[in-house]
Design a protein around this ligand. Sequence first.
Ligand code: ADP
Ligand code: ZN
Length: 550
Amino acid sequence: TTEVDRAPARAPLAILQEVFGYSAFRGQQAAVVDHVASGGDALVLMPTGGGKSLCYQVPAIARQRAGRGVTLVISPLIALMHDQVGALDEAGVPAAFLNSTLDWEQTQDVERRLLSGKITLLYAAPERISTPRFLGLLDTLHAHGQLSLFAIDEAHCVSQWGHDFRPEYRALTVLHERWPSVPRIALTATADDVTRADIVERLQLQQSQQFVSSFDRPNIRYTIVEKKEPAAQLLRFIQNEHADESGIVYCQSRRRVEELAQMLCEAGLDAMPYHAGLPAADRQANQDRFLREEGVVMVATIAFGMGIDKPDVRFVAHIDMPKNIEGYYQETGRGGRDGEPAHAWMAYGLQDVVNQRRMIDESPAEDAFKQIMVRKLDALLTLAEATDCRRARLLAYFGEQMVPAKDPSGTHAQPYCGNCDNCLQPPDVWDATDCARKLLSTIYRVQQMSGIGFGAGHIMDILRGKSTDKMKQFGHEQISTYGMGAEFSEPQLRGVLRQLIAIGALQVDAQAFNTLRLLDGARPILRGEQAVRLRAASAKPERARKVRGE
Ligand code: ADP
Ligand code: ZN
């Protein structure tokens, strides 16, 4: 060890105050910073807006001042690199980036500054790691004891189980293989247990300490509604609750983005489209307007948002269901970064479930991969169908137990957060057990009788006793449940089917005309061992009982 190596790191708190002008660390920051500044490896899970950047910036400065050289920050987002380097420059911290936007001379200039020890934080895109030139540069720095720390931002990108897999991230294993003595900190804002384990394995962070912050975003209100006329529902939501406020509307397809943006504009809102199919200049212009101006609604695919640091996004709407809870959490997390109230609103319906299942089924991936994707989708369905606290369920998914809010009336069901639709307005719940059993036994009998499965439409027709050509063709009037569910409306039956899919009693077979198939989870319901409780559809049948509050 050289003299320099033993020099004590400058107290992180002093750096926070002098350089960044903040008085105190937040949450887990102090623990992370201490650990990393003194050379430990770390995996940091912290929600968006939690303050991840300081977790590596402060150690980077401390270690640089102790003579240990430069911190390399890996980030997938060029826009974010620019912002951060700009902010660090303003704070008087020497920083630079190396990415495709620099020309040859600029690149050489950065390299020169690096080798003369003038840079504290260097930002680079992951693909740079695979270039011999860059590796050589890092070798030189290392040989002179000037490679201080690796920070891997958006670490979930290394995992194909995460919601934003980037193959270039796999190459980051070279960092610890080639320079095992250099400490590493990996950071992410979303990772469920599967993704977390994968990050640890892929980046070989087994020896690292994990710092898991609370994922709760108490200022975000969660609302999930049944999709009926999505465009009209969305418009009402924005006009009634968020007129003139900034927000993001997420859609699954580009076409939908275009349609909705136009619809909102025609309704007098200031809306703009954003998707990967637009010319880069338009995308940039729309993004700039969204960031700069107030009251702009961005209608976008998930191509929009990562690294967008707009503090006053007041709502995030999902007009189509995302793929999983990680994606949902990440996207909704873009609301309310300033800590003021924000609203996460989602509309979803049976068709969303069918579409997502089809995308999984039709993807060329291996079965093991598909199984995990189905499990993740099902977890999101369960959240959407829940009649109890959404926040508690969301946090539970990330392995966290919610600290319940004070219940002013003392009458609410527990757990209670006080800021989700189900807590604020406990839904009417009806006992759908009988309806569920009829649906499941119809599906069973049809399969028995005809040797093939049928889709939701026909199954509902049987139960409601409709006389259609298909009915006659297959003789399904003979089925014992024919007409036994005449009192149920179609939306109700769809609601029950959705819930049955969500709890693993049924699946939609996208490879065979979206036919419904029974799963093991159907047994306890068919045997009468498991009750099915559902939020009441707007038109309840006469027989529906109000369960809650009885
Ligand atoms: P993340 O990357 O986790 O989404 P950022 O690092 O961008 O979050 O931080 C979010 C905001 O919180 C930034 O504006 C940042 O300056 C601010 N911030 C972070 N830590 C602190 C702190 N200890 N005190 C005050 N503000 C902080
Ligand atoms: Zn709640």
